[in-house]
Write a protein that binds this ligand. Structure first.
Ligand code: ADP
Ligand code: ZN
Ligand code: ZN
Length: 689
């Protein structure tokens, strides 16, 4: 890639350096308004710069979003304070970002200051284990170009043509033609989606347009970002959470100054201040990390949809396991689907075998033990996938497989030992756990669950001769240690790698023959309507780690529910069947994508306050509920106490997101908050824990 200045620089918009007497400033606070300040330093203030200013008794970082030379009506001119200082020499935000923040504030019901500060989050850690200079995967094709397969070629041409049409539409000012502006690259794991993304990016840049390339926030996918760095050189920028605040800001300014035409990174890279945007790519579109866990709880896909339609860019999503939302839109034809069906590195999809744990004492079935043993004899390697720390326990009958779920919400009931009650965390329904199975009358029924420590111990005891390594958040917290582990695994110094999410995605090792999913059901028992979708996608993704280079991959999926449709369809790789069934379920139960949700979480150190606030909000909602909307709850959150805070939730459900947003805004205005009570608003929630 050459680093000659791209053509689009010439029509980049001029920055307006307005010097105003009175500045409108917003802060990273949940206050839905701007504040007037003066700036006494001549010529320094401009929209998009940051300032330090007194706010109450504190001094805070604020953002200039506008200004005027005539004094505001309120407060009186002589009461207006001056900012302490202007932080930036150059504006950090352009009008486009300020406008985007305004839209975000209205969509996610946060303040504009909160939205702006989410755009360049400050780095949490200095230095990082995320920058894997030595790539585990693509070292062989970093420089030389791969010959595209016919499928890849077809996708490249089709998607490229769509991008051109979307762009042309914007430039000729013809809004509202029938051109779709979202495409989906749907391809099995290992089918070469990355190469198609990279070629499209190159094509865009050659045509003078810029590109945003989003990857999930998992350590290993940073290899994609590195790959982009190598492929595009100086005109690429990476923004990731491993960077310090100042590293991030300096990358941001390079983008803002037009030195960069492709920006890559996780979630927040969707805000990259590129101009003349032609393409936004979201790799692994289904991934949960695209949704922010803090205010504003934005989803990068939603921001990307807004930006791409505003800026005339094509939005390209990609995954082997699309989100149910995206699948529905593909079926309806409002997202255009391009498919890749073949693996390209000499592998085939592995055989995936579901194995029942019903009659196994402990957590390793005879089948899994035998395969681990065989794999070792062949001199190959095993990955054992443990679900993220098992959450709670679920009611299960060993005799007939019965499980206790809420009649109304069809999610698992959670056992609360202290109260001896099983309860639904959506609607608040509670019941005493039955002593005998309600289905078959067996006494062999009750609440069960596995912990990861237990599993690790059993694996080590069963295979003392194997070199076993565990990789999860606890063992890889230290800088560089995950990378170290993966290096050793690649070199063959580890026989069996055991871990949580970290081993589920992105790994591409020729030595791996066997993948074992120790307990596929864990996720199914979470009180969440997306439980089946997550379980399905996880099995398919984990299975994708086997058989990438040789056609002898094997996957064993252990489960207490061998007949569960999500597990069965994942094992059969019956992707279409799964979505058909899942969408049907969602439709019957009126959950997204057939409805929209806003979730309000109330928290307080004092349980009585939390309860009171939740019921106040519920009765407010009750009086204002628009037609087509309903209130679920209030109920305890599944995680009912977190860091000493009692958590209660209300879920607003309806057909129109606008109506729900308006309702929530009204509730926010009318609700009189007590001290020590906090209310979090989550528009389009993804996690309901
Ligand atoms: P996906 O993202 O679809 O899971 P990847 O992009 O990781 O798949 O590609 C899987 C493997 O296929 C990689 O090792 C990649 O180098 C290789 N690959 C991609 N395209 C080609 C091609 N046209 N010819 C040969 N190998 C390819
Ligand atoms: Zn039973
Ligand atoms: Zn319920």
């Amino acid at each position: 890639m050459q680093s000659t200045p791209p053509a689009w620089r010439t029509f980049r918009c001029e920055r307006e350096y307005i010097v105003n007497t009175y500045l409108d400033i917003v802060f990273d606070l949940p206050l839905d308004q701007s504040f007037s300040y003066r700036c006494d330093a001549k010529g320094e203030a401009a929209p998009g710069k940051r300032v330090m200013a007194h706010f109450g008794r504190r001094e805070l970082l604020g953002y200039i979003i506008g200004g005027s030379n005539t004094p505001p009506a309120f407060p009186q001119a002589d009461k207006i304070k001056a900012v302490r200082r202007v932080v930036d020499k150059e504006s950090v935000f352009d009008h486009a970002e300020i406008a985007l923040a305004k839209w975000m504030a209205s969509y996610y019901l946060c303040s504009q200051g909160e939205a702006l500060s989410a755009m360049i989050p400050s780095g949490r850690r200095a230095g990082t284990n995320l920058s894997l200079e030595d790539d585990f995967d693509n070292e062989d094709n970093a420089g030389n170009r791969l010959e595209l397969s016919a499928e890849q070629d077809e996708a490249l041409l089709g998607i490229g043509a769509m991008a051109d049409a979307v762009f042309a539409e914007k430039n000729t000012g013809q809004q509202k033609t029938n051109n779709l502006h979202i495409a989906y690259l749907y391809g099995i794991t290992g089918s070469g989606k990355t190469e198609v993304f990279l070629r499209l990016a190159e094509r865009m840049i050659q045509a003078g347009r810029s590109v945003i390339y989003l990857v999930p926030e998992i350590s290993l996918t940073h290899q994609t970002a590195e790959l982009i760095g190598r492929r595009f050189g100086a005109v690429a920028a990476t923004l990731h959470s491993g960077m310090t605040g100042s590293e991030r800001l300096s990358e941001w300014m390079r983008i803002r100054n037009g030195e960069v035409v492709i920006a890559a990174g996780p979630r927040s890279a969707v805000f990259a201040p590129l101009r003349n945007l032609g393409l936004i790519i979201i790799d692994e579109e289904h991934d949960g990390s695209y949704k922010s866990g803090n205010t504003p709880r934005y989803h990068a896909r939603q921001i990307a949809m807004h930006r791409s339609s505003q800026e005339g860019a094509l939005l390209l999503l990609g995954s082997a396991t699309p989100s149910a939302e995206a699948w529905k839109l593909m079926e309806e034809g409002s997202i255009k689907r391009f498919s890749l069906n073949r693996r390209l590195s000499g592998g085939t999809m592995p055989a995936i075998v579901p194995v029942s744990l019903q009659k196994t004492s402990g957590c390793l079935s005879a089948e899994l033990k035998e395969e681990i043993h065989q794999t070792r004899l062949m001199g190959r390697q095993t990955i054992l996938f443990l679900n993220r720390r098992g959450f709670g326990y679920f009611y299960h009958c060993t005799a007939c497989g019965f499980e206790l779920t809420c009649k109304r919400c069809s999610v698992s009931l959670t056992y609360h030992k202290s109260k001896n009650k099983a309860l639904c965390h959506y609607c608040g329904y509670e019941t005493r756990p039955p002593l005998v199975c309600p289905e078959c009358g067996s006494l062999d029924a009750g609440f069960t669950g596995f912990g990861t420590e237990f599993i690790e111990e059993e694996v080590r005891n069963t295979f003392p001769e194997l070199r076993i390594q565990r990789a999860d958040a606890d063992t890889t917290g230290r800088k560089g240690s995950l990378r170290e582990i993966l290096k050793r695994f690649k070199a063959g110094d580890i026989d069996l790698l055991m871990g949580t999410q970290m081993v589920a995605k992105g790994l591409n090792f020729p030595g791996v023959r066997l993948v074992g999913v120790v307990f596929a059901d864990t996720g199914l028992h979470l009180p969440d309507f997306r439980a089946a979708e997550r379980t399905f996608s996880l099995i398919v993704q984990v299975a994708g780690r086997a058989g990438r280079f040789f056609p002898d991959g094997k996957v064993i999926v252990q489960t207490l529910r061998p007949y569960d449709p999500a597990i069965n369809r994942a094992c059969a790789l019956d992707i279409e069947g799964f979505y058909r069934n899942e969408l049907n379920q969602r439709s019957v139960l009126n959950f997204p994508p057939y409805s929209r949700l806003i979730r309000l979480v109330v928290r307080s150190r004092q349980e009585t306050k939390a309860n009171k606030a939740a019921s106040q909000l519920a009765s407010l909602a009750g009086t204002m509920l628009p037609s087509g909307a309903e209130l679920l709850g209030p109920a305890e959150c599944p995680i009912s106490i977190q860091n000493g805070n009692h958590r209660r939730q209300l879920i607003l459900r309806g057909t129109s997101i606008n109506a729900l947003q308006q309702l929530t805004r009204n509730m926010q205005q009318q609700y009189e908050k007590e001290t020590g009570v906090y209310v979090e608003t989550d528009v389009d929630p993804v996690q309901l824990l």
